[in-house]
Design a protein around this ligand. Structure first.
Ligand SMILES: Cc1ncc(COP(=O)(O)O)c(C=O)c1O
Length: 350
């Protein structure tokens, strides 16, 4: 039943597609014991002369253990950005289908929709930056295929009510993508365990934020095996490189260190929020469940430029929907946060 439902949502041409078979797709035994003459590689060993495993089985096995899912429920991408694109390619017909997003939201959903000639229906968050589920349901069109919800949200930093998300999953006929890029910093529950219960649920996580591997570009997608099967069809043959696979495997063995860093970042966030609350030009500090927070200031462009001149780069989010005169600040290390506190108090006099 799940297969029928997922295949009815996916693009017909993708289902019919015969994917490129890489030289290693048919072969999974230990390469070291074999003479490898199948892939036109350079035989001289240097650690990177062989193509990586196209299905990343060793890495997926480790991820499956740590997330308590099956290997067939995992798809890996070149960052979650890549996964967002692949989901749109798999389910949305160019110039026919649409995605639904809730601004202010992460910008790449719309960028990838545009790149694929897909319309983005926009249903703004309410004034408290919460999901407006009634408007979402009344805005969904027959050809709306995917809803993207970042939880916690970027750029606002807040998380959404689990009940509202659940209602979307239960009542939307297409795919609901919960983008948990900031999961390590969020104290609420992940939706990953729900993928077995809900055939239209996709959860995306990343090694870029709490895991500290933004440079490696590795995103994880958790969904039922039929969705994963379709994503596997449209991926580039060797989409995750060997350096990234090794870095991620090492990181998965160092989760104690990650936990320590994440705890320190959360502690620093609370300290920063407390230290800057009396800065006069900061009009509002928004609640954050991530490793960044958004502030409303007297003049977003002016304060952004002042901070740059004083050596601190933040994100000017003033152009995001309903975010006039806001800045988004990523929590740094203690000395970096101290520099920010000192600069903000100096700026208060200007
Ligand atoms: C909500 C959200 N999703 C996805 C991403 C992209 O992450 P990745 O580095 O895995 O492509 C970001 C990055 O800022 C993000 O904020």
């Amino acid at each position: 039943m799940t297969k029928k439902y997922i295949f009815s949502l996916a693009r017909e041409e993708i289902l019919k597609l015969i994917p490129y078979k890489s030289a290693r797709d048919d072969f999974s035994s230990d390469q070291k014991k074999m003479i490898m003459m199948d892939a036109n590689e350079n035989p001289f060993e240097n650690g990177l002369n062989r193509y990586p495993d196209p299905m990343q089985l060793k890495l997926k096995k480790r991820i499956a253990e740590s997330k308590k899912v099956n290997i067939e429920q995992i798809y890996l991408g070149n960052g979650s950005d890549d996964i967002i694109n692949q989901l749109i390619v798999a389910f949305c017909r160019p110039n026919v289908d649409s995605i639904l997003i809730c601004p202010p939201t992460f910008g790449m959903y719309e960028v990838h929709a545009n790149l694929n000639s897909i319309k983005s229906l926009k249903v703004p968050l309410n004034v408290k930056f919460e999901l407006d589920e009634d408007s979402i349901f009344s805005s969904i069109k027959k050809n709306t295929k995917v809803i993207f919800i970042p939880n916690p949200n970027n750029p606002t930093g807040n998380s959404f009510s689990d009940l509202k998300i659940q209602k979307l999953i239960d009542n939307f006929g297409g795919i609901v993508v919960i983008d948990e890029a900031y999961s390590e910093f969020y104290e609420g529950d992940s939706f990953v365990p729900m993928i077995s219960k809900h055939k239209n649920l996709v959860v995306v996580q990343t090694f870029s934020k709490g895991q500290g591997l933004a440079g490696a570009r590795l995103g994880m997608c958790f969904a039922n095996k039929y969705i994963v099967e379709i994503l596997n069809k449209i991926k580039a043959p060797y989409n995750i490189n060997s350096l990234t696979i090794d870095a991620a495997l090492k990181k998965l063995d160092e989760q104690g260190g990650v936990y320590q860093q994440v705890s320190e970042i959360i502690q620093e966030k609370h300290r920063l929020l407390n230290e800057i609350k009396n800065v006069k030009f900061i009009k509002k500090i928004y609640k954050s469940d991530a490793n960044f927070f958004m502030i409303k200031v007297d003049n977003g462009n002016k304060r952004y430029k002042q901070l740059l001149e004083l050596g601190i780069v933040v994100r000017n989010t003033s152009k995001y929907y309903n975010c006039e005169n806001t800045l988004r600040i990523t929590v740094g290390k203690k000395d970096e946060n101290n520099a920010l506190i000192s600069v903000l108090s100096k700026m208060d006099l200007k």
